[in-house]
Design a protein around this ligand. Structure first.
Ligand code: PLP
Length: 416
């Protein structure tokens, strides 16, 4: 047991000897307590007192540069996006109070789906209340008992949860390993339904999947393909359609999953597809049917934002510049990074351990910089990471300022 763990954090027996169902959380409670007892601020409960722009907020009373928001294209304060949300709030009210299949489909939901169809050039689009629910719903509904899901071991939690809900056989393969994917596919019994699940950008290290080869192999082996483009939509690819577009495999992807909580700048999730029977999903997909639909203001902001992202090539170019400058600068300072070269708008800085990661996180916050601290089990290979996500609205000067902050904090904590 670590020093400083209070009595309240000890494993407890309830009266009558009943087992406390919370006892399984004791190790994480102890770990968290030890971190806080060392005098560090809790990295997982920061409050933004005021948000000034996509790149600035007041945290602990201080003007802070935001470098951990996934607000890649900086759409949250776009005047047209805000205007559309305000108008919808006035015209349609604050919420739908209903499921998409009952009273919860408004004009705005249809317009949002139209915008997605146009953005991706696909026949069908279905909007969910979050990206988490989109993965949960699509995966669990299309792959059930007797089917096989072959997925990258570093897949997002929502993908794993979708697999669990659906009852298919799960076959994970080593991260981004083309041969491992092929081997797993070849071992699946003939005639079984097969779904390969990949992500365009993996959010922990910010690395890109070799989709060109993987999608080809999936198709050669008779599998359907689902790609989660949560971290690439809006930014990667000529039209911002993601890694599928960049690597020329859009036509071979059966399902693309995405979220509105990153480049689109609001909340919500979706799936687009060319499958001729796709519309039946609206009746059989439980995380679509059995939950309330997104509020009118949200779908209005999402539709406006998606349409603007279609013409975002200048912003995309600037975001690439930011990503390259930050990656090069951090590397030059001596930080260990998640990728050799910048592959996306996420730059992951590898920390020696959780304690030093938390110290570095706090030192950066005191400098006036917010980044995400990520730790196992969310991270691969037990790593503690400081994840930086750049925004198209970060200026060149801000990136220089950020590098100065990393240099001072890194030296103070003894990481560089
Ligand atoms: C790869 C991936 N898929 C899905 C999601 C879920 O998106 P949402 O925030 O809309 O629930 C995330 C969110 O972090 C993600 O990183």
């Amino acid at each position: 047991m670590s020093e400083g763990v209070s009595q309240a954090d000890q494993p407890q027996e309830l009266e009558g000897g009943d087992k406390d169902l919370f006892s399984k959380f004791d190790p994480i409670i102890a770990q968290r307590r030890a971190l806080l007892d060392s005098g560090l601020e809790d990295p997982f409960s920061l409050v933004m007192e005021k948000v000034l722009s996509p790149t600035r907020a007041i945290c602990n009373g201080r003007d802070t540069i935001l470098l951990g928001t996934y607000n890649y294209m900086g759409m949250t304060f776009d005047p047209q996006v805000i205007e559309a949300g305000e108008q919808a709030l006035r015209d349609f009210g604050s919420g739908t109070t209903g499921s998409r299949v009952l009273n919860g489909t408004y004009q705005g939901h249809k317009e949002c789906e139209d915008a997605l169809r146009e953005f991706y050039g696909m026949d069908h689009a279905m909007v969910f209340s979050t990206g988490y629910q989109a993965n949960l719903g699509i995966i669990s509904t299309i792959a059930g008992k007797g089917d096989y899901i072959v997925l990258d071991i570093d897949s997002h939690a929502s993908i794993y949860d979708g697999c669990k809900l659906g009852d298919a056989e799960i076959v994970p393969f080593k991260h981004n390993d083309i041969e491992a994917l092929e081997k797993r596919l070849k071992r699946i019994p003939e005639g079984a339904g097969k779904l390969v699940i990949l992500e365009g950008v993996y959010s922990m290290l910010g690395d890109v999947a070799p989709l060109k080869d993987m999608v080809r192999i999936a198709k050669e082996n008779g599998a359907m393909v689902l790609v989660d483009e949560a971290h690439s939509m809006g930014f990667i690819g000529e039209n911002g359609r993601g890694v599928c577009e960049e690597q020329g495999v859009m036509d071979d992807c059966d399902f693309i999953i995405g979220t509105f909580s990153k480049s689109v700048g609001t909340v919500g999730g979706f799936c687009v597809s060319n499958h001729p029977k796709f519309e039946i999903m609206r009746l059989v997909c439980r995380p679509y049917v059995f939950t309330a639909s997104l509020p009118p203001a949200v779908v209005a902001t999402a539709a406006t934002s998606i349409r603007k992202l279609m013409h975002g090539s200048n912003k995309r170019a600037h975001l690439w510049e930011n990503s390259r400058s930050l990656h090069a600068g951090l590397k030059e300072l001596g930080f260990q990074l998640g990728t050799e070269e910048p592959q996306s708008a996420i730059i992951a800085v590898i920390m020696p351990d959780l304690q030093q990661g938390a110290m570095m996180w706090e030192a950066l916050l005191k400098e006036g910089l917010y980044v995400n601290l990520a730790r196992p089990p969310a991270t691969p290979a037990n790593m503690t990471l400081l994840r930086c996500s750049l925004c198209a609205e970060h200026s060149e000067e801000e990136v220089t300022t950020i590098l100065g902050m990393f240099e001072r904090a890194g030296k103070a904590v003894g990481i560089i």
